[in-house]
Write a protein of this length. Structure first.
Ligand code: GLC
Length: 800
């Protein structure tokens, strides 16, 4: 155990005893004898913010992460004093501040200890840069586990890990790499079936240690800035995640086509190749909504230009693709080629929009176009200027989505793979060096892109994707996990990363399916598609130099199996879209790791393979070659095997068959899953019949279905429907009630109800409380189908 004195010897400083405290509205300021100020702000009954200023001087309170619309307000705030402590008490938590050393401890309202300072706040002066290294250490409770932290490619449970956040271009990254493309300094701790979250909102390089250095200590620290963190109480993980997501924001609903299957490669060119690709999808009857243009579509990699040898008439091509149901998505990187005949370069130079070194010269660095300068996206004027450049691409040429890459920012051929630390940034008026702006650069680029695409695609909805980001970046863009490799280990990593991102507020994420570097075997590609169709963002992308990665490239068997799974995704689109709606409206992640789903079951604490897709579908990818199935954990409850309706009793491990054309998928009993017919692309035709797969349960269960126009903003004016289906199952009866809220004029005419697992023969029925004959509702005994009017309110099926 390291003592304070030992740490002090190493140059660490600590607050001394408390000399005063004062309440000012929702904040309480504590001052120590040696001048340390701590402000504790009560944001919600379950959320406190802690800010420390070592010498009593706080920085301007500015954050890129916090969403202006976050919920704020509490019902109780009391300050209680005793001899040793000052207590801040809300309706849900108590914060204890020690008069002796200003250490804090958090309790729930039943006085159970949730989290307490070990060494607590301490700091070390940075002689090289000025300011402090700001540090915090907390005691870890026996049996405590940790989750979160964005895209880190390591085991799902973070216990024992040391991780840092410094956005880095990591081609073919390896397992356990501490730094990757994104910085999401948010984690969840879980012990005694109670969960809390810590969001350390500091954009400098941050570090997290989960019992790695010392067994009973969790610590986090930053290379500069303030010790500024939020404590978020659950007690459910689900509550921690939704509160964090509410605090840092969620995206708008994307257009539904963005949830379709997307195909990309570095690079599809020229036009003839793109057309051939498009034809390949339609000929093979393989659903696809979007085709991507990687850097080679540009003229010498100059952003917002076209290589007219490859793409002589981009507008026509994009239109023709659109007629065939394909949206075009184009890449845009931050590096602007140094070239006096290139307008963006000369214009940006004139307007003084490019990043500069501390002593004045421009920040120059090599990226794809050769020597480049880089817009300072932390300047609001630059963001607006950048946004306006999308006019031609989006409004005139008709590109539907934009993909931002290399925005860590990545620089080639230099040791740190990025800008030198002295580069200056505006940081929205809080001028600073790259040490502070580095981790935020990609998010601000994505933000400028989002604003631009949104402006010019209106009245449709924007779609953007970014590689680098920071907490809150989910408001502006979807993301992918970067340059992975076509290996089984990366398939495993991808599964963990997407669940982890979901737990970190960033649901709209996916991997390069099949692997970016190297080439997958047909078997690996198939298994990866099987996983990828359950990721919110579903795109095959690969580097051009390793052979082809179109689904038909691997032969007939792979084509047929992968088609079957992509078709399943298209059938499940209404279900996924509804989950997306709940993410946007209620901050609920689209994928739910098992520990999120049932934290009271300790079996789930180290589980990472299985996850819940939406609310009711349990998925477990196959992550090994040559297998005919696998063991998997079925969470508590009763589940239907998706393929054969056999029932699995949860709370235990099971062997599940999964030859190459299958994977383990289960549906929770009581669920009602809305399904579309297979389309080759979203809105290929008008859908007039919704299929509802009803999984009988002896008991009650609600399911919902959200519908709107699939694009545009009418839903914001109330033109949507939220249909709630209430299932009540009894021994000899099943009742399904529908309640429709909303004013959207649905295209649906009928609902085809498909019954699973009914334990009795249907003898009689009533619809909307009137007896009907089984023929009149199209009862098909063999298939267990019934067809009803879309607006039915009450269906009863009885065994006598
Ligand atoms: C980066 C991206 C990759 C892209 C390539 C060329 O490596 O991560 O997705 O294809 O650059 O633009």
């Amino acid at each position: 155990m390291i003592t304070n004195t030992e740490l002090e010897k190493k140059g660490n400083l600590f607050p001394s005893k408390l000399v005063s405290y004062e309440q000012n509205g929702d904040s309480i300021l504590f001052v120590s004898e040696n001048g340390v100020h701590l402000i504790v702000t009560v944001l919600r009954d379950s959320m406190l913010r802690f800010r420390y200023a070592t010498h009593g001087i706080f920085e301007n309170d500015f954050s890129y992460a916090i969403d202006n619309d976050h919920s704020h307000g509490y019902s109780v705030l009391e300050i209680i004093e005793d001899e040793k402590f000052v207590w801040i008490v809300t309706e849900q938590i108590k914060c204890r501040v020690n008069r002796n050393d200003m250490k804090t401890a958090m309790f729930d309202i039943e006085d159970e200890l949730i989290l307490q300072d070990e060494l607590g706040y301490h700091w070390e002066e940075s002689f090289e840069f000025g300011g402090n290294y700001v540090k915090m250490s907390k005691s870890t409770v026996e049996g405590e586990n940790f989750y979160g932290l964005g895209d880190k490619p390591t085991s799902f449970n973070l216990k024992g890990k040391r991780i840092s956040n410094w956005n880095t271009d990591q081609y073919a990254f390896g397992k356990d790499l501490p730094e990757l493309y994104k910085s999401i300094p948010f984690y969840i701790g879980l012990h005694h079936a109670k969960a809390y979250g810590i969001f350390f909102d500091n954009t400098f390089k941050t570090h997290f240690d989960f019992c790695h250095e010392r067994r009973h200590v969790t610590s986090f620290w930053a290379d500069g800035g303030e010790m500024n963190y939020y404590f978020i109480y659950g007690p459910k993980i689900a509550e921690v995640v939704t509160k964090y997501t509410n605090l840092t924001g969620r995206p708008e609903l994307p257009p539904m086509w963005a949830l379709g299957y997307h195909q990309s490669k570095w690079s599809y060119y020229p036009e003839a190749k793109v057309k051939e690709l498009a034809a390949g999808f339609r000929e093979n009857k393989f659903p696809c909504d979007a085709l991507y243009l990687d850097i080679d579509y540009m003229d010498g990699f100059r952003c917002f230009t076209w290589n007219t040898d490859y793409f002589p008439e981009p507008k026509r091509m994009v239109e023709e693709l659109e007629e065939d149901g394909f949206k075009t998505v184009a890449i845009i990187d931050p590096g602007i080629k140094i070239d006096n005949s290139y307008e963006i370069f000369t214009d940006g130079l004139e307007k003084d929009y490019f990043c500069k070194r501390a002593d004045g010269p421009y920040m120059r660095g090599k990226v794809w176009p050769g020597n480049c300068v880089f817009p300072d996206f932390t300047n609001p004027e630059v963001r607006e200027w950048w946004a306006d450049h999308y006019k031609t691409l989006i409004a005139e040429i008709g590109v539907k989505g934009v993909w931002n890459d290399m925005n860590e920012p990545a620089v080639m051929e230099v040791p740190g793979k990025t800008f030198p630390l002295d580069v200056r940034h505006d940081y929205d008026g809080n001028r600073c060096s790259h040490r502070k702006a580095h981790n935020i650069y990609g998010m601000q680029m994505a933000r400028a892109t989002y604003e631009g695409v949104k402006k010019y695609i209106f009245p449709k909805r924007p779609f953007t994707i970014t590689r680098a980001s920071y907490s809150g970046g989910q408001r502006f863009s979807s993301t992918w996990t970067g340059d992975n490799v076509a290996t089984w280990e990366h398939l495993w990593l991808g599964n963990v990363q997407i669940q982890r991102l979901g737990m970190s507020g960033f649901s709209f994420a996916g991997t390069d399916i099949g692997g970016f570097a190297d080439q997958p075997t047909g078997e690996l590609f198939t298994r990866w598609i099987q996983l990828g169709v359950f990721h919110p963002f579903c795109r095959v992308h690969s580097s051009g130099d390793h052979g082809e990665q179109e689904p038909w490239y691997f032969g007939e068997e792979v084509l047929n199996i992968t088609r079957k799974f992509v078709e399943l995704r298209y059938q499940l689109l209404p279900y996924l879209y509804t989950a997306f709606y709940q993410y946007c409206e209620e901050n609920i992640p689209i994928l739910k790791p098992l520990v999120y789903f049932d934290q009271e079951d300790v079996q789930t604490h180290y589980r990472a393979d299985e996850f819940i897709f939406g609310h009711h579908i349990l998925v477990c990818p196959i992550q090994e070659p040559n297998v005919q199935g696998r063991r998997m954990y079925i969470p508590r409850g009763r589940w239907y095997n998706y393929w054969n309706d056999s029932i699995a009793e949860g709370g235990k491990e099971l062997w599940v068959d999964a030859p190459l054309d299958s994977m383990p998928i289960y549906v929770k009993e009581g669920a009602i899953i809305p399904k579309y017919p297979v389309q080759q692309y979203v809105d290929e035709f008008q859908i007039e019949e919704l299929r509802l797969d009803v999984y009988y349960k002896n008991g009650k269960q609600n399911s919902i279905y959200y519908e709107d126009d699939h694009d545009g903003y009418d839903y914001k004016m109330g033109l949507y429907n939220l249909r709630t289906f209430k299932l009540t199952g009894k021994e000899k009866e099943i009742i399904i009630q529908q309640h429709v809220a909303g004013t959207y004029e649905s295209n649906l005419k009928t609902m085809k109800i498909c019954l699973h697992g009914l334990p009795f023969d249907i003898k009689s029925a009533s619809v909307n409380n009137e007896d009907v004959t089984l023929e009149s509702i199209g009862y098909d005994k063999e298939g267990q189908f019934i067809t009803l009017n879309e607006n039915f309110t009450d269906l009863r099926l009885v065994s006598e």
